[in-house]
Design a protein around this ligand. Structure first.
Ligand SMILES: Cc1ncc(COP(=O)(O)O)c(C=O)c1O
Length: 425
């Protein structure tokens, strides 16, 4: 049976133009995926084709406009397949996750009363905190659930305590972009639904690392960004159709009143939608080639929906092994402290985003020194401001973040460990 292994990864790396780039004649190592992944060549080709063969505005009577309408419809079908959403009309496109979330928070605010409560968490990216905190000026009460600083996992007791009879929305990340922990979204959704609250899931960081199923998660909204899963800069939001239909939208009068159009203000980024469909098809192709062994996990799935689930499962299994190697290697380095889950028997509770500090060097210096070795990593708070604040790291420059993607190799992980081990302090 074919599995996604080093040989398979080297063959698919050849299909990513950016991964062939060099600096000073040396290869580049991309561990910056949590800030944005590189794109598959089919994504570039789909965008080129859209701009050559369909470039137009939507809803016109002529050929290019009809091709644009088909481009949009295809992208909705692709995302609905990726999320296992019942209907393509439940997919709303926007510039990015942050803008979509601000739009939705304003729409939801119009259904709330002063004194109503929204639960956010300390583990989230600020794009899933600030849009909800903005509602405080309308009398909405924001409660913030804590995380356990020892392993950086959400404190479920704290979450339970923040949910009350007045809670109208619980908003959580699927996985932390700062420390990699995965939240038990289904359990959180059940807790929220017990008091009649909706659940909003930020899946931006999780999306490149595992299968997503909005029906199994029982979430009401889920949002992510294609540029984090090998596509172009585009945000996509899933919302349950009845909710999207019922929520008031800020829109211009001539625009369609039905979901999803009523939430898509102005002209969309159609070339990015074309590229996003290609990115989804690329992930499905991984399922076809290397995901067959996971098919039993997804009874009732077929076609692209099945290929996406098996493809993301293959990616998850491959990344877990790389993550094991990365954590084990980092733990050998004196003065290096990892923030997040490190137990090798708990790797199913995290994505392969591993953040750390190194005694004697600021995170920024470490990132700069790694850059000298052509290794790309991020440093700082990655906009997950409440995480670095809660860990007391904000004043010291935050964390160094190594984000693995499925296109990273064992050799790249080993190179990183060696460079870090030899790094002057
Ligand atoms: C977990 C998480 N949520 C939200 C965002 C914001 O996404 P966008 O750039 O699409 O607004 C990011 C971006 O890094 C992220 O990692």
């Amino acid at each position: 049976m074919s599995t996604l292994d080093q040989t398979a990864v080297s063959s698919l790396r050849a299909e990513f133009p950016a991964l062939q780039e060099r600096a000073n004649g040396q290869p580049l190592i991309f561990f910056d995926g949590p800030g944005g992944t590189q794109v598959h060549r089919s994504v570039i080709e789909a965008m080129r084709r859209y701009l050559t063969e369909a470039n137009s505005n939507s809803h016109g009577a002529f050929l290019f406009s009809r091709r644009t309408d088909e481009t949009i419809a295809a992208a909705r079908r692709a995302l609905a397949d990726m999320f296992n959403a019942p209907r393509p009309e439940e997919i709303v496109f926007g510039p990015n996750m942050t803008t979509l979330t601000f739009n939705l928070s304003r729409a939801i605010e119009r259904t709330l009363q002063p004194g109503d409560e929204i639960v956010v968490t300390w583990l989230d990216h600020d794009a899933n905190v600030a849009p909800w905190r903005a509602l405080e000026e309308h009398g909405i009460v924001i409660r913030q659930a804590d995380f356990d600083p020892t392993d950086c996992t959400l404190d479920m007791e704290s979450l339970r305590a923040t949910i009350t009879e007045r809670t109208k929305l619980v908003t959580v990340g699927y996985a932390s972009n700062a420390v990699g922990s995965i939240n038990d979204v289904r359990r959180i959704a059940d807790l929220a639904h017990q008091v009649g609250a909706w659940v909003y899931v930020d899946a931006v960081h999780y999306a490149p690392h595992g299968p997503i199923d909005v029906q199994a998660l029982a979430c009401d909204f889920l949002v992510c960004s294609a540029y984090k899963f090998f596509g172009p800069h585009l945000g996509a939001l899933y919302g349950r159709y009845e909710l999207l239909d019922a929520l008031p939208a800020y829109k211009v009068r001539p625009a369609d009143n039905d979901p999803p159009h009523k939430f898509e203000t102005g002209t969309g980024n159609f070339e990015a939608q074309a590229g996003t469909t290609a990115a989804v098809d690329y992930l499905a192709s991984i399922g076809q080639k290397w995901g067959r062994e996971f098919a039993d996990r997804f009874p009732g799935f077929e076609g692209r929906r099945l290929d996406l689930k098996t493809g993301m499962s293959a990616i998850q299994a491959y990344e877990r092994e790389q993550c094991r190697r990365l954590i084990a290697g980092l733990q050998e380095i004196p003065g290096l402290r990892i923030y997040g889950i490190t137990a090798l028997d708990r790797l199913d509770q995290r994505v392969p985003t591993v953040s750390f500090t190194l005694e004697g060097s600021t995170p920024h210096t470490v990132a700069q020194r790694l850059n000298q070795a052509n290794i790309f990593v991020w440093d700082g708070n990655f906009y997950a401001l409440s995480v670095t604040e809660r860990l007391g790291l904000e004043e010291q420059g935050g964390l160094v973040r190594v984000g693995l993607a499925h296109y990273n190799t064992t050799r790249e992980v080993d190179t990183l460990i060696n460079v870090l081990a030899d790094m002057p302090r």
